[in-house]
Each structure stands twice: as structure tokens, then as C-alpha cells.
Design a protein around this ligand. Structure first.
Ligand code: HEM
Length: 204
């Protein structure tokens, strides 16, 4: 008989899917701005710029909501990998993803109410949500209000390093999203984790 636990409150699920839609819109319009004029799949420049600005401002709001709601609900604690043995648990998890999963081994650290994430997941989610996304948000805001950018940085126009950081951090989020969607298929069934992110219930 399958066992179910309720893991994800409704605010977290609403944030997650709003954030996912915004990130996809930002990725498509961001690529259209970056590779402007070279490809039939790209959104026309001025339309892409408008949509990117609007979705970016919405992302600032949803990111602010994420941080505040995580603090108030205590969910931020899930993102902190708990010693001892963090590296050892990360290694065991990586070996599972790279090898054990293909032999049908059981998940080494199935989610519980106390520890929703395995150690590897906690570290990656923490880095993305509290290091990389803030860089995307802050550099995006500087782009929106370029009067706040320094006139010169490292001997070049102050907006150039901002553009570089925005591009690199945005690309990291896109790479994360691709790996994240693949790992989303590694529940008991291919669809289980996606269903969990909709209903809040984890199936074992
Ligand atoms: C179409 C795009 C996406 C899909 C299909 C997707 C799918 C999922 C799934 C299945 C889970 C549950 C598995 C787990 O707990 O690890 C999850 C959780 C999560 N996702 Fe995504 N995701 C998407 C985009 C994103 C993006 C763009 C971000 C951040 C930049 C993100 C951040 C997270 C975080 C932080 C969690 C854990 C939430 C928590 O329990 O506190 N996801 N996602």
C-alpha cells in the first residue's frame, strides 16, 4: 500500500509555479534580447524588452514573498544542510543519481516532514534561491534603473559588469531548471514529484 505525507503548504506551491512561469518567460525573452535579430524562434526585440521588464518586476515581488514567507513559516530551515556528515550524504546522493537509480535502488534519503530535502538538494536549492536568484534580481533592477549603476567599474562602463553578471546568473538559473526538471522525474513514478508540487502530498 502506498504511504502519503503532506509536505508542501499551499503558499509554497503557488509561489513555486508562479516563479516557474516567470522564469520561463524571462528565459525566452532574455534569450531574445541577448541574441537579438538572429533566429525565427526569438520574440521581436521591443516586445521582448517590455515583457522582460514586466516579468522581472513581478519576479522581484515573488522573490520578496518567497523570502518573507520562508522566514515566517520556518521553511527556510529545510534549506540548511544539517551536520554531521553533510559531505558524505551528498556523495551518497550523487552516487544514487549517477548509478543506483539505474539499478532500481531505493532513495537513500526519502523526504520526511522534518527533512523534506536530501543534503545535495538543500545545498543546491539554497545556492540558487539565496545566492544566484538575488544576483539576477539585483542586477536586473540596476538595469531597470541604470542611474544607480556606477559610472565606471574595472575601467569600463559601469553597466558592463552588471550585464555580465546578469547574463551569467540568468544562465545558471536556466541550467538549474533543466537539471531540476530531470530530477523531478525521479520520484516513485515519473509524475509523482510534479503531482506533489501541485497537491502538496508526497507519495512513497
Ligand atoms: C517548469 C519548471 C519547473 C518544474 C517542472 C519544477 C518542478 C519541481 C518539482 C517536481 C519539485 C518538487 C521536488 C523537490 O522537492 O525537489 C520542485 C521543488 C522546488 N523547485 Fe521547482 N520546478 C520548476 C522550476 C523551478 C525554478 C525556475 C526554480 C527556482 C529558480 C525552482 C525552485 C524550486 C524549489 C526551491 C523547490 C523546493 C520548494 C520547497 O519545498 O521549499 N523550480 N520543483
Amino acid at each position: 500500500m502506498s504511504h502519503r505525507i503532506y509536505l508542501l503548504p499551499v503558499w509554497l506551491r503557488l509561489w513555486h509555479w508562479t516563479n516557474a512561469v516567470l522564469m520561463i518567460v524571462l528565459a525566452i525573452t532574455g534569450a531574445s534580447l541577448h541574441f537579438a535579430g538572429s533566429g525565427p524562434l526569438l520574440v521581436p526585440f521591443s516586445l521582448a524588452a517590455r515583457i522582460h521588464d514586466i516579468a522581472g518586476v513581478a519576479l522581484v515581488a515573488t522573490y520578496g514573498f518567497f523570502v518573507v514567507a520562508n522566514i515566517l513559516s520556518g521553511n527556510w530551515w529545510q534549506y540548511v544542510p544539517k551536520p554531521p556528515g553533510v559531505l558524505g550524504r551528498c556523495w551518497r546522493q550523487a552516487v544514487y543519481y549517477g548509478w543506483g537509480i539505474f539499478k532500481g535502488d531505493p532513495h537513500p534519503y526519502p523526504p520526511t516532514v522534518e527533512a523534506n530535502f536530501n543534503a545535495l538538494q538543500a545545498i543546491v536549492y539554497w545556492l540558487i534561491m539565496y545566492a544566484v536568484v538575488p544576483v539576477v534580481v539585483v542586477t536586473g533592477l540596476v538595469f531597470l534603473y541604470p542611474q544607480f549603476a556606477p559610472a565606471k567599474m574595472f575601467g569600463v562602463d559601469g553597466l558592463l559588469p552588471v550585464a555580465f553578471l546578469h547574463y551569467i546568473a540568468g544562465s545558471v538559473v536556466i541550467l538549474f531548471m533543466l537539471a531540476h526538471i530531470y530530477l523531478g522525474t525521479t520520484g516513485v513514478r515519473v509524475t509523482s514529484l510534479f503531482k506533489m508540487m501541485i497537491t502538496g502530498w508526497h507519495e512513497e
